[in-house]
Design a protein around this ligand. Structure first.
Ligand code: SF4
Length: 367
């Protein structure tokens, strides 16, 4: 590996990886231990009534899985992650630990100024790691690569919406997730090859409903759960599993003389919606309904990690909107290490059957 290259781990939901790339670093997504890591020590750090992911991250840290990381970014998703960033600071796991307060105010002179300052703090930290100056030229180049990455992932989802039988939801999940641990240049190549493959007809259409899965933006569902939803009669055509990779909706200006400003503006104007953000002027229930229409889904699956406050506080608001618009939905909880899917399979199967047998698709109702 390039001796000047450093590794910065970042948690969900969104972090502008461009600034790490431009400094000759590799941003690696930390998404928990999934169902692969037995939690013993991690339980001692948290009370029992919080989600699972932070415990597995502590366990991974204590077992030295992050030994080669130089820094960590903890985006402000919830209080649990704020506490986790404090624990990492106390544990002295890396040369720097940054709690990145993503603004909840989307006005340029307030949230914008604040966010810019946050990004500059990170740039100052990474400069200390290898002395690489992030010039406008370097940062614009990195932004261009991540623009391409977002465009390719969106293409993948667009093809999936039209022809969901060509690649399973868990295949897409793995393809997108690979981008959390490898350089963006390599990921762009993989995405290009996969898109070339699924542009051609492959597989056979099946009699399944199209669903949107929402609530899984932070702690990731086990892959078996994603598979179960599809095996139970659904095509997942939209989700928020790895939302950070698609957070910015559209390109970021990559020809600006002030690319930090361009990243800031994109966050303020092009962020998607999520339970981790409260944008008072842009209600997420309306944005959810728009997405449902755009993806032409038949129903919504609310799947949230157990004890996930942001998701569970939002769900009643989003579900009321679905009820008001006559959009069918179901809801269940999971944990990253859930191992039994039988009950979920029955619930999703019943949901799928009921829509196929008795319901008009959601595109047929007046929204
Ligand atoms: S799963 Fe929910 S509660 Fe847990 S860390 Fe993520 S946002 Fe916070």
């Amino acid at each position: 590996m390039d001796k000047n290259r450093f590794i910065v781990g970042h948690l969900p939901v969104y972090f502008p990886r461009e600034i790490i790339h431009a400094a000759n670093g590799l941003a690696v997504g930390i998404l928990g231990g999934g169902d692969k890591k037995l939690i013993i020590k991690g339980d001692a750090y948290y009370q029992s009534y919080i989600c699972h992911m932070p415990r597995s991250i502590i366990e991974l840290a204590m077992d030295k899985h992050f030994a080669s990381f130089d820094g960590f970014i903890f985006p402000s998703i919830c209080d649990v992650i704020r506490n986790l960033s404090g624990m990492f600071q106390l544990m002295g796991e890396a040369k720097f630990v940054k709690y990145l307060d993503l603004p909840q105010n989307f006005k340029p002179h307030i949230g914008g100024v604040f966010y810019r300052h946050e990004l500059q703090t990170i740039l100052d930290e990474v400069y200390k790691l290898n002395g690489v100056q992030v010039t406008a030229k370097r940062l614009n180049h990195s932004i261009g690569l991540f623009n391409k990455n977002r465009r390719l992932i969106n293409q993948l989802y667009d093809i999936r919406q039209e022809y969901p039988w060509r690649l399973t939801a868990d295949d897409i999940y793995h393809v997108v997730r690979a981008g959390y641990v490898i350089p963006v240049e390599e990921h762009n190549e993989i995405l290009t090859n996969v898109i070339d493959l699924i542009r051609r007809e492959t597989g056979d259409p099946m009699d399944k409903i199209r669903v949107l899965v929402i609530g899984a933006f932070c702690e990731q569902p086990p892959v078996g759960l994603i598979r179960t939803i599809e095996l139970a009669g659904c095509y997942i055509v939209e989700d928020d599993f790895l939302l950070g990779a698609r957070w910015i909706q559209g390109d970021i200006d990559c020809e600006s003389e002030d690319p930090i400003e361009a990243i800031t503006t994109a966050y303020l104007e092009k962020s998607t919606f999520s339970s981790s953000v409260f944008d008072v002027d842009n209600p997420k229930e309306a944005r959810l309904v728009n997405l449902i229409r755009q993806r032409k889904v038949d129903g919504v699956i609310f799947a949230a990690p157990s004890f996930c406050d942001p998701a569970l506080l939002d769900h009643p608001i989003l579900q009321k909107e679905c009820n008001d618009k006559n959009i069918r939905f179901i809801s269940f909880l999971y944990s990253e290490n859930t191992g039994q899917f039988k009950v979920i399979k029955e619930q999703v199967g019943t949901f799928s059957d009921s829509i196929k047998l008795w319901d008009e698709p959601v595109t047929g109702v007046s929204l």
